[in-house]
Structures are given as structure tokens and as C-alpha cells.
Design a protein around this ligand. Structure first.
Ligand code: ADP
Ligand code: UDP
Ligand code: MG
Length: 268
């Protein structure tokens, strides 16, 4: 299991938040209301995905760890298509989709929207994009999310970035974010940190065991091994997210420069 840079901060209770795990969001009731919209499960994913030689990066980390900020920089430098799962859900709420009030409540509570909703939104964006390299930001947030994505798309990530940030720093950043988000308040962020620890850290743990784990800070030592393996196996990069935005990007940059140097398929 991953350990964060700091132990639990005073803002987070150390007692077991069982309610968040056991009954995350009236899941069964909500799930049934989506049953007719569930994306088709194709054994090996949509043919178009198989033929497209996609390069998938999952960008993970707690609330405020800097996922979106670093994704922007990766897009500017390496030209990925950025898909923020949270942003897709917020767009869906704004478009007054049928389930907008359930989604809004879930986000306000810091809980996780049912997998089929999020996977469907991500899959639709991927199908309609002509890019072959995607940054999927803030997803998968649970093991269930991860399995649903694999089943519906037939895809696995090539690279997983994990921005590891102390809780105090994440809270400070979220409370200063100033984007008018309904979940950027102290009550929601406390809940989100618990959800992150209980539901999202196991996903990061899964990927670090499933593939190879590299510390971005020592990338130079692993340069050849890292970039030759990154296109063959899944590689998880743990990045210490404390520092200026530019300092952190200097840890991220070599990961994608290296992928580009080795790959005949991708122009990074
Ligand atoms: N390295 C950093 N140092 C200080 N503030 C940062 C840093 N990276 C991002 N921020 C700010 O913190 C807030 C959260 O960043 P964001 O990229 O939205 O995180 P996430 O997508 O992980 O929630 C934003 O206001 C952003 O400008
Ligand atoms: O796959 C996802 C991504 C996001 N969310 C919801 O959307 C919120 C905001 O997610 P976002 O990634 O935008 O937040 P960030 O980590 O960037 O602050 C989360 O707390 C969840 O309630 C979700 O349910 N599933
Ligand atoms: Mg974000």
C-alpha cells in the first residue's frame, strides 16, 4: 500500500470512515437508472481503439495535488489530448443531463459517480478524437472504475503518473483554487481525502504491482530501462508533487521525452 509523504494531517480523522466505503452513493438505485445507457462491452474493446495504437496515460493523485496543472503543461509540450474525468462530469451537469442533480450531489459529497457514467463519457471523447495519445486525468478513482474501463474499452494504460502530495498542501491548494467549484470547501475536501485514501490509493497500488514502478526523481539512473520498457509494459511513476509548478514539470518532462525517443508510433 502506498504511503503519502506525510501521515494523516490534523484535519483528517484517523477513525475508519466505513460509511464512505459501504454505501458510497445509493449505488444500486442509481446504477439501475443507468442500465439502458451502459456502454457495450466488447471483448477486446472497440475495434477502432485496437487499430489506433493508442498511448494512454492515467494521471492520479489526491484533490489539489496538481494533476490538472501538470496535464496542461504536458499538453503544451507533448500535444496529448487531455480528458479530465471531473471536467467531463461537470460539463454533463451543466448540460442538464437527466441525472445532473445526482451527479452534483455526489460531487458535493466528494463521492464517486458510478463507473458506467464516467467510462461512457471518457470512451465517447476518445472515440471522437483523432489523437492517439490521451491523458486521462483523475480516473480511475476506484478499483471498480479501473475494471469497468478495462472491460468497456479493452484498454490499459501505458503510463500511470501518481502525484504524491502531503494532505496539508492539498487542502491549502484546493481552498485557494478559486474556480467556483462546489467541492472546493473544507467539508468536501476532508471527505475527498478519505475517499482518495480508501478507494484511490488501492488503484495506484494495483498499477505499481501490475507493471513497473519508477521514482521520477531518479529517472536519469533508469533512463534506458524506463523508456524501453514503458511502451512494452505499464510503468507507474511516483512524483513528489511539492515544489513549484515548473519544478514538478521538470520531473514529468523526461518521462514523455523518453517515451517519444523510443517509440516508432508516437510523435511526442
Ligand atoms: N506545484 C504547485 N504549487 C502550488 N500550487 C499549485 C501547484 N500546482 C497546482 N497548484 C494550484 O493548486 C490548485 C489545484 O491544482 P490542480 O491542478 O487543479 O489540482 P488537481 O487537478 O490535482 O485537483 C490550483 O489552484 C493550482 O493553480
Ligand atoms: O472518475 C471520476 C472523476 C471525478 N469524479 C467526481 O468529480 C469530483 C471532482 O473530480 P476532479 O478530478 O475534477 O477533482 P480534482 O482531483 O481535480 O480536484 C470528484 O471528487 C468526484 O466526486 C468521479 O466521481 N469520478
Ligand atoms: Mg483536477
Amino acid at each position: 500500500m502506498w504511503r503519502r509523504v506525510t501521515s494523516l494531517s490534523p484535519v483528517i480523522s484517523t477513525s475508519k470512515p466505513t460509511s464512505l466505503v459501504q454505501a458510497p452513493f445509493g449505488f444500486k438505485i442509481w446504477r439501475s437508472s443507468f442500465s439502458t445507457e451502459t456502454p457495450t462491452v466488447v471483448k477486446d474493446g472497440p475495434t477502432s481503439f485496437k487499430e489506433r495504437n493508442l498511448f494512454i496515460t492515467f494521471v492520479l493523485g489526491g484533490p489539489g495535488s496538481g494533476k490538472g496543472t501538470q496535464c496542461q503543461k504536458i499538453v503544451e509540450t507533448f500535444g496529448f489530448k487531455h480528458l479530465s474525468a471531473g471536467e467531463l462530469l461537470r460539463r454533463e451537469i451543466e448540460s442538464n443531463s437527466e441525472q445532473w442533480s445526482q451527479m452534483l450531489n455526489t460531487i458535493k459529497e466528494g463521492r464517486i459517480v458510478p463507473s458506467e457514467v464516467t467510462v461512457k463519457l471518457i470512451q465517447k471523447e476518445m472515440e471522437s478524437s483523432d489523437s492517439n495519445k490521451f491523458l486521462i486525468d483523475g480516473f480511475p478513482r476506484t478499483e471498480e472504475n479501473r475494471i469497468a474501463f478495462e472491460q468497456f474499452t479493452g484498454l490499459e494504460p501505458n503510463v500511470v503518473l501518481f502525484f504524491d502530495c502531503p494532505e496539508e498542501e492539498m487542502v491549502k491548494r484546493v481552498l485557494n483554487r478559486n474556480e467556483g467549484r462546489v467541492d472546493d470547501n473544507i467539508d468536501t475536501v476532508k471527505k475527498r481525502l478519505k475517499v482518495f485514501e480508501i478507494l484511490n490509493l488501492p488503484v495506484i497500488d494495483y498499477y505499481s504491482k501490475r507493471g513497473k514502478l519508477r521514482k521520477a526523481s531518479i529517472w536519469k539512473l533508469n533512463f534506458l530501462i524506463t523508456h524501453s520498457s514503458s511502451l512494452l509494459f505499464l510503468v507507474t511513476y511516483e512524483i513528489n508533487a511539492v515544489g513549484t509548478e515548473d519544478e514538478i514539470f521538470e520531473k514529468v518532462r523526461p518521462i514523455f521525452s523518453a517515451c517519444g525517443m523510443m517509440s516508432p508510433y508516437f510523435t511526442f
